[in-house]
Design a protein. Structure first.
Length: 398
C-alpha cells in the first residue's frame, strides 16, 4: 500500500547580497519578457484560428535566444523561463475550460515579481539553497523547520511591493495526516460586527486591522501623491505605503490562519455560507469593511486545511434565509433589515440573536446538504425543481 503525502510550500524571508538582488531582478524582467512575448504569439495565432501549445512556445524561446536583440535571455537561468511558459499554458487551459478569463500581459510596475526554479535550477544541500547562476547560497531566515529529509521539487523566489524578498520551497510533508474523526459539527456565520459567530453561541471579535493603520496609511498616501511621478522620492514614498499595506495583510493572514486551524482541529464538519464577496464589495458604504474582513481568504484557508486533515466543509446556498428563519420552530420572517441584531419569533416567542440564529440555521441546512449528497458549492436548483436548501426550508415551515 503506497502512502501519498501532501505537497506543501514553506515560505521564508531571505536577504540577498547586491549581486544576488541584481541577478534576481534580471531574472524577473526576463520572465516577464518571455511571458508577454509568448502570450502575444499565442494571441496572434488565436486570431488566425491556430492553436499554439507549450512545445511551440518552447521552440520559440530557443529561437529568441539566438537573436541579437534578445541575447540577454541567455544571461539568466533557463529554468524560470521554461516555467513561465508552463504557467502560460496552464492559464490557457483554465481559459479554454471556462474557469478563468483570457490571460493578461504582465506589467513591470503592477505584476508580481517572481521566478520559479525546477530541480535543475537550484541546489539544496545541508539546509543551504543555491540558485543557478549564483555562487553563494541565499541567506534565509529559517523561521520554522522543514520536514525531516525534505527535498524541494520547486523553488519560487519573489519580491513583494514593500521590497521584501521571499523564497518558497515546495516539498512533501509527511506530517500532514487526517486527524481522528469526531462527531462535532459547527455552523459559521461571518459578519462585520463580529468576524465569526458559531452555532455554539461563541463570537469572534473582528480585529479590523485596516482601521488601526488607516490614519497612518492615509498620511503616507497623501505624501506619495505630492511627489513627482517617476522620481526617486515617489518610489520611496510608494514603498512606505506598500510597507503599511504589507503589515496590515500580515496581521490579517496570521489571524485567519489561527482561526481556521482551530476550527478544523475541533470540528469534523464545518458549515459556511456561499457568499459572493465580489458582488458584495460593490456596496460603497461596506466595501472597505468587507475587504478588511477577508471572508474569501477565510473560506480558502478553511477548505484546503479541511482537505489536508480529513474534515468536511459544506457551503450553503447564498439564497438560504439563515437570518430570517427561526432556528426553533422554522417560521420564516418576511423582513430582517441589517440594523436588527435581536428579534423575537412571532410563532414560538423565542428571542434570537441574529448571528447566532443564522449560524444554527446554517448548521441545520448543512446537515441537510450532506444528507442529500450535495457538494461544497450547492447548485441553484436541482432537476426536481428545488435545491436541497429550499427543500429544508419548505419542510421546516409550519
Amino acid at each position: 500500500m503506497t502512502t501519498t503525502h501532501v505537497k506543501r510550500a514553506f515560505k521564508y524571508r531571505f536577504y540577498p547580497t547586491g549581486e544576488q538582488a541584481a541577478e534576481l531582478s534580471r531574472t524577473f524582467g526576463c520572465v516577464r519578457k518571455v511571458y508577454n512575448m509568448a502570450l502575444a504569439a499565442r494571441t496572434e495565432a488565436w486570431a488566425r484560428q491556430e492553436r499554439v501549445n507549450y512545445n511551440a512556445t518552447s521552440a520559440m524561446l530557443t529561437a529568441w535566444k539566438k537573436t541579437e536583440e534578445l541575447a540577454f535571455l541567455n544571461e539568466v537561468s533557463s529554468a524560470p523561463l521554461q516555467q513561465c511558459l508552463r504557467h502560460l499554458q496552464a492559464a490557457f487551459t483554465s481559459f479554454f475550460g471556462k474557469r478563468a478569463k483570457y490571460p493578461r500581459f504582465k506589467s513591470k510596475k503592477k505584476s508580481r515579481k517572481s521566478a520559479e526554479y525546477t530541480t535543475s535550477g537550484f541546489r539544496f544541500r545541508d539546509g543551504r539553497l543555491t540558485l543557478a547562476k549564483m555562487c553563494d547560497p541565499l541567506v534565509i531566515v529559517w523561521s520554522r523547520p522543514l520536514p525531516a529529509g525534505a527535498k524541494p521539487s520547486t523553488v519560487t523566489v519573489s519580491q513583494d511591493a514593500a521590497g521584501r524578498w521571499y523564497v518558497s520551497l515546495l516539498c512533501e510533508d509527511p506530517r500532514v495526516k487526517p486527524l481522528p474523526a469526531t462527531a462535532t459539527a459547527v455552523g459559521v456565520d461571518v459578519g462585520l460586527d463580529h468576524l465569526l459567530t458559531l452555532s455554539t453561541g461563541e463570537k469572534v471579535a473582528n480585529p479590523r486591522h485596516e482601521r488601526k493603520d488607516r490614519a497612518q496609511l492615509a498620511l503616507a498616501q497623501r505624501r506619495m501623491a505630492k511627489k513627482t511621478k517617476g522620481s526617486a522620492n515617489r518610489a520611496k514614498a510608494r514603498q512606505r505605503v506598500a510597507r503599511i499595506h504589507a503589515r496590515i495583510a500580515d496581521r490579517r493572514r496570521d489571524g485567519l490562519h489561527k482561526l481556521t486551524t482551530r476550527l478544523v482541529r475541533e470540528n469534523q464538519t464545518i458549515v459556511i455560507e456561499d457568499l459572493t464577496v465580489r458582488n458584495m464589495v460593490r456596496n460603497r458604504s461596506l466595501a472597505r469593511a468587507i475587504s478588511d474582513a477577508a471572508w474569501a481568504e477565510f473560506r480558502s484557508l478553511l477548505e484546503y486545511k479541511a482537505a489536508w486533515y480529513g474534515r468536511e466543509v459544506i457551503a450553503v446556498d447564498r439564497f438560504f434565509p439563515s437570518s430570517r428563519l427561526c432556528s426553533t420552530c422554522g417560521t420564516l420572517q418576511e423582513r430582517m433589515p441589517l440594523h436588527v441584531r435581536t428579534w423575537t419569533c412571532d410563532s414560538c416567542g423565542t428571542n434570537h440573536d441574529r448571528d447566532v440564529n443564522a449560524a444554527r440555521n446554517l448548521l441545520a441546512a448543512g446537515r441537510a446538504v450532506s444528507a442529500c449528497g450535495a457538494g461544497v458549492r450547492p447548485q441553484r436548483s436541482s432537476p426536481g425543481g428545488q435545491s436541497a436548501m429550499k427543500q429544508e426550508v419548505f419542510r421546516r415551515e409550519p
